[in-house]
Design a protein around this ligand. Structure first.
Ligand code: FA5
Length: 340
C-alpha cells in the first residue's frame, strides 16, 4: 500500500519538477515534497507503523524516490541558473569595437589646419619650416631687425617685458634672424607661431595671436619674386578670387616695404568692426630684406638679398571662414570649435 503511494508520489514529483516554469515554482515543489515538513518526511514518519519487513522494503523505495527527486530538482535548478546567466550575458554584451557612445572625435583647431596647409605649400616650394622661442632676447626681437632703440614698438605699452630683460616676442620676425644665424644662404624658410602684444583686445586684435613668417635669401631676389610667392599663397588658401591691394608700408627690416591688404570678406568691403569700417584687413606685410639686417646677421648685402613677409595667420583664418570676432578663436567654446 505504502509502496504504491511512494511510487505515485515519485512520478508526480518528477512531472512537476520538469513542468516548473520558474525557479520559484521549482522551489515550491521542493518545499512541498522534500522539505522538513514535506510529503517525504511525512511518509517516513508513517513508516514506523509498518511491520519490520515491509518497513525495510518501503524504506529502500523511499530512499530511491528521494534520490531521484533530489537529482531531478538539482538538474532543473541548474537549467534555470544557466538560462538566467545567458539572459544576463545577452543583456550586458558589449561590442568593444564600437565607438564609445557620446564621445565625439576631436578635430584640429582651424588655425592649426591652415598653418599645416601653408606649411605643405611652402615645403613643396623648397622652404623649410623653422621654430623659434616665444621668450626672446631684445637683440633678436628688435636690434637685429634694425629696429632702433627709440622705436615706439619697443614701448612697454606694446611689449610684454620680462623682469630678466627678455620679452615675449612681439612678432615672428626674430626667427628670420635665428634662421640666418643657423643656416648659410641660400635660405628659404617659414616660421609659424604665436606673437604677443600688450594691446587692447577688440574684434580684430588679440594680445596673443598667430603669425607666419617667411624669408627667402638668394642672389638677385626681386619684388617680382616676392609678389609671385604672395599670390601663390593667397590663391592656395582662398581657392577663389579675393580682392587684394598693395600699398607702401614701413618696417625697419625691409626696404622697400609693402602692406598687402585683403578686402574684408565679412562685410564685402562696405565696412564693419573687423575692418574698422575701412573695408580692408591688414594681412600680409612684406618687403625686400633691408641690407642692414643682412649685415647684422653676417651676410654680405653685395652678394645676397631676399624678401620677407609676416602673415597675420589668425586674421587669415578669420577671412577664410568669415569669422567676425577674433576672440572666438581662442575662447575654447566647443559650439564654435565643433564647426571645423
Ligand atoms: C609685423 O609684425 C612684421 N613683423 C611683419 C613683417 C614681416 C613685415 C616681414 C615685413 C617683413 P605687423 O605689426 O603689421 O607686422 O603684424 C603683421 C600682421 O599680424 C598684421 O597684418 C595682422 O594681420 C597681424 N596682427 C598684428 N597685430 C595683431 C593682433 N593684435 N591681433 C591679431 N593679429 C594681429
Amino acid at each position: 500500500m505504502m509502496e504504491t503511494e511512494i511510487s505515485e508520489l515519485e512520478t508526480k514529483a518528477l512531472d512537476r519538477i520538469s513542468a516548473a516554469h520558474s525557479p520559484q515554482e521549482l522551489e515550491a515543489v521542493r518545499v512541498e515534497v522534500l522539505g522538513r515538513k514535506g510529503i517525504l518526511s511525512h511518509i517516513s514518519k508513517d513508516m514506523g507503523k509498518l511491520a519490520p519487513e515491509e518497513r525495510a522494503r518501503a524504506g529502500k523505495l523511499l530512499n530511491a524516490a528521494k534520490q531521484a527527486i533530489e537529482g531531478a530538482f538539482e538538474r532543473r535548478k541548474q537549467e534555470f541558473e544557466k538560462t538566467a546567466l545567458n539572459v544576463r550575458l545577452d543583456a550586458e554584451w558589449i561590442d568593444l569595437t564600437l565607438p564609445a557612445p557620446g564621445v565625439r572625435p576631436g578635430s584640429l583647431h582651424p588655425i592649426t589646419q591652415i598653418q599645416m596647409e601653408i606649411e605643405d605649400l611652402f615645403v613643396s616650394l623648397g622652404f623649410m619650416v623653422l621654430d623659434g622661442p616665444e621668450v626672446e632676447t631684445e637683440f633678436h626681437n628688435f636690434d637685429a631687425l634694425n629696429i632702433a632703440p627709440e622705436h615706439p614698438a619697443r614701448d612697454a605699452q606694446d611689449t610684454f617685458w620680462l623682469t630678466d630683460g627678455n620679452l615675449l616676442r612681439t612678432h615672428t620676425s626674430p626667427v628670420q634672424v635665428r634662421g640666418m644665424e643657423r643656416f648659410p644662404p641660400p635660405l628659404r624658410m617659414i616660421a609659424p607661431g604665436r606673437a604677443f602684444r600688450n594691446e587692447s583686445v577688440d574684434a580684430s586684435h588679440e594680445h596673443t595671436f598667430y603669425q607666419l613668417e617667411g624669408m627667402m635669401i638668394d642672389r638677385d631676389v626681386s619684388v617680382a619674386h616676392l609678389l609671385y610667392f604672395m599670390k601663390t599663397l593667397l590663391k592656395e588658401i582662398f581657392r577663389r578670387e579675393v580682392t587684394v591691394r598693395l600699398r607702401p608700408g614701413f618696417f625697419p627690416f625691409v626696404e622697400p616695404g609693402f602692406e598687402l591688404d585683403i578686402q574684408c570678406v565679412i562685410c564685402g568691403g562696405s565696412g564693419c568692426p573687423v575692418c574698422k569700417q575701412s573695408g580692408w584687413v591688414e594681412l600680409l606685410p612684406c618687403g625686400l630684406v633691408n641690407p642692414n639686417v643682412l649685415r647684422i646677421s653676417g651676410l654680405d648685402p653685395e652678394k645676397w638679398n631676399g624678401f620677407a613677409f609676416g602673415l597675420g595667420l589668425t586674421r587669415l583664418v578669420m577671412m577664410r571662414y568669415g569669422i567676425d570676432d577674433i576672440r572666438l578663436l581662442q575662447s575654447g567654446d566647443l559650439r564654435f570649435l565643433q564647426q571645423f
